[in-house]
Design a protein around this ligand. Structure first.
Ligand code: ADP
Length: 603
């Protein structure tokens, strides 16, 4: 309490002055009284100066303690402690105005045990605070009961005989709150000087509080935003990993419920016709929604997250709905809970919806492509099956005719029959490749893997193709060790792979060229390489080499029969057996194709 000590000297001063004016006293006495009064005046001045100085020192000391922290709660506690110390008040509290609502909130209190701002006993302090905040002027009062400003308050009785000090907290021209302290009158009275000191301190404290408040706000907003971004990026990762429409719907709904604290929800997507909206979420799939249903109509018209208040009369919970749309409308996402959704839930749902929409669109396209592929595979498998029988019969009868079993044939008949046989063989290869592809694509291709000696397989292929190679006067070099380990493969499929590579080398190498087949062991795999010094493959073509139906535009390639399916099937087979395939090639110089197969663990 900083009640002026010089005030205590006032009665003596009065006494001396009255002595001085007493006419019937000895002149020595009145003179001495005058001198004493003079000295007392000087002493009072000196004391006042000293008090002013010590006030400034105290103010400087507590002010310098501020600003060390940017944590709002810490700052508020520091300010409250400083105010109590500075005013030597019995008790005090600090209120801040909530910027959004204008409400007064009690932030810190000292020695107000168990009292809250709304309670009866706080009515006087509440009136004082309101006045200070409204006028922006501090208040000092020695006795609330006698003070005309508060004497009509009923609760002043409960507050009787208190000396009050209250100063506004003003930052950048705005009152942001107030500090309030009080004392019982017996303990000490506050003076105007105390108010001016509190005012001085409060204006510094207010700036510090405002800074901490802004910092804390920014910090919290930033932290919340960072957290949301982290969640959204996790959502992005999960959504983009999923191409299965049903899983994606479940995942989106799960995130929507979690992110909005919803208790339930559903997703409806447009059917293929683009106008019928049907629920696809697991709870009640296939339920069609009328376009006139309010949640559908309003949300789609809004084109943004739309909140629906709970409707107890119709047993409807609070709902938050958002359209799912990319360039095209895809559907609707709705979450539900008993009480209304927050503003931030609505924002979150909007962000989630835009992410989910593009993932859903991708999944739909993927599914459409998959469906088309399935249909194609099914068609191919039916056709190839149906072709096999007539082809076998054509081939069988042609062979019988060629063998002269049904009577002798002349040279031109033989030539015709050869043409038929060659074409049937071409068709057989095509049908077999197509049927393999359809089985690979639908996952129906079954391998009959076993531990097989690799040398035998290479030998078998080379033997069967040798006559063709000789016909073209090509040189065939074989560099395959007899003791190659056993490999865990489907032997017929390895033969198919090797046949394709050696046939290609043969087809795309001019007469008199060189073909080399090598094999060796490396890192638990057998490597097989087929090298030729034929046409080679241009850089542009190399990128498409394993794709279905790819054939080079080169005239010399086109002279050879083929469908451009062999390498695609070959690559799939090698990979299904757990190996790899690759090639190197230079246009005009030749190509080297290689593949690997795993060595049988048990061999
Ligand atoms: P096809 O031989 O029936 O055309 P493939 O899938 O076996 O089908 O081969 C695809 C294409 O790759 C060939 O048409 C050819 O352009 C190129 N190719 C394959 N092997 C070789 C090779 N050894 N030399 C040059 N080009 C090749």
């Amino acid at each position: 309490m900083m009640t002026s000590k010089s005030n205590h000297l006032k009665p003596f001063h009065k006494l001396l002055k009255s002595l001085e004016r007493q006419p019937n006293l000895p002149v020595e006495v009145t003179r001495s009284a005058a001198q004493a009064a003079e000295s007392l005046t000087q002493l009072t001045a000196l004391l006042a100066e000293g008090e002013e100085q010590s006030r400034l020192v105290a103010l400087y000391r507590v002010s310098s303690m501020l600003g060390g922290s940017l944590n709002l709660d810490e700052v508020l506690n520091q300010v409250m402690d400083a105010v109590i110390e500075l005013t030597r008040a019995e008790r005090g509290f600090l209120v801040l105005i909530t910027p959004e609502t204008g409400d007064l909130v009690l932030r810190v209190a000292r020695n107000f045990v168990g009292e809250s701002l709304s309670e009866e006993s706080m009515q006087v302090s509440r009136t004082v605070i309101d006045t200070v905040i409204r006028t922006g002027q501090g208040i000092v009062t020695t006795n609330a009961q006698e003070d005309p400003r508060f004497s009509r308050q009923e609760s002043v009785i409960a507050f009787a005989l208190r000396s009050i000090l209250c100063a506004p907290l003003r930052s950048r021209g705005n009152v942001i709150g107030a500090v309030f302290v009080d004392n019982r009158v017996q303990t000490g009275l506050f003076a105007e000087a105390d108010l001016s000191m509190l005012n001085a301190f409060a204006s510094q404290a207010a700036v510090t509080i405002e800074n901490a408040r802004l910092y804390t706000q920014t910090d919290q907003t930033l932290a919340a935003r960072v957290e949301e971004l982290e969640i959204l990026s996790q959502i992005d990762r999960e959504l983009n990993r999923e191409l299965e429409l049903e899983h994606l719907v479940a995942l989106t709904l799960d995130w929507a419920k979690r992110g909005t604290q919803a208790t339930g929800g559903w997703i409806a997507l447009y059917e293929r016709d683009g106008t019928t909206l049907a629920r696809v979420s697991a709870s009640d799939p296939g339920l069609f929604l009328a376009p006139t249903e309010p949640v559908v109509r309003q949300t789609l018209a809004n084109g943004a997250p739309t909140a629906f208040a709970p409707d107890p009369a119709n047993a409807l919970p609070a709902r938050l709905a958002v359209p799912l749309q990319t360039a095209n409308p895809l559907g609707l996402l709705v979450v539900e809970r008993p009480d209304e959704f927050s503003e931030s839930a609505s924002k979150f749902l909007g962000r989630l919806a835009s992410r989910a929409a593009s993932a859903l669109e991708n999944a739909r396209l993927f599914q459409a492509v998959q469906d088309a592929n399935q249909a194609k595979s099914k068609f191919v498998s039916v056709v190839s099956h149906e072709l096999r029988l007539p082809m076998t019969s054509i081939k069988g009868y042609t062979d019988l005719l060629l063998q002269g079993i049904v009577g002798p044939i002349n040279d031109s008949q033989k030539n015709f029959l050869d043409v038929i046989r060659n074409n049937v063989e071409r068709m057989r290869i095509l049908v077999s490749d197509l049927s393999d592809i359809s089985r690979i694509e639908t996952g129906r291709l079954r391998l009959e893997n076993a531990a097989v000696p690799m040398f035998g397989l290479v030998e078998q292929v080379v033997k069967s193709l040798h006559p063709k190679i000789q016909e073209r006067e090509q040189t065939l070099e074989i560099d395959v060790p007899q003791d190659l380990p056993y490999c865990y493969v489907d032997p017929n499929r390895v033969i198919q792979v090797l046949t394709n590579l050696v046939s290609n080398a043969w087809k795309y190498t001019p007469n008199g060229g060189q073909i080399t087949v090598r094999a060796w062991v490396q890192d638990r795999y057998v490597y097989v390489e087929v090298k030729d010094n034929g046409l080679g493959i241009g850089a542009e073509d190399q990128r498409k080499i394993f794709t279905q139906f790819f054939r080079s535009e080169d005239e010399k390639v086109r002279e050879q029969t083929g469908w451009g399916l062999g390498l695609n099937v070959t690559k799939n087979l090698v990979e299904l057996m757990g190996g790899e395939i690759g090639f190197t090639s230079t246009l005009g110089e030749g190509s080297t194709f290689w593949f690997t197969v795993p060595i049988a663990e048990t061999a």
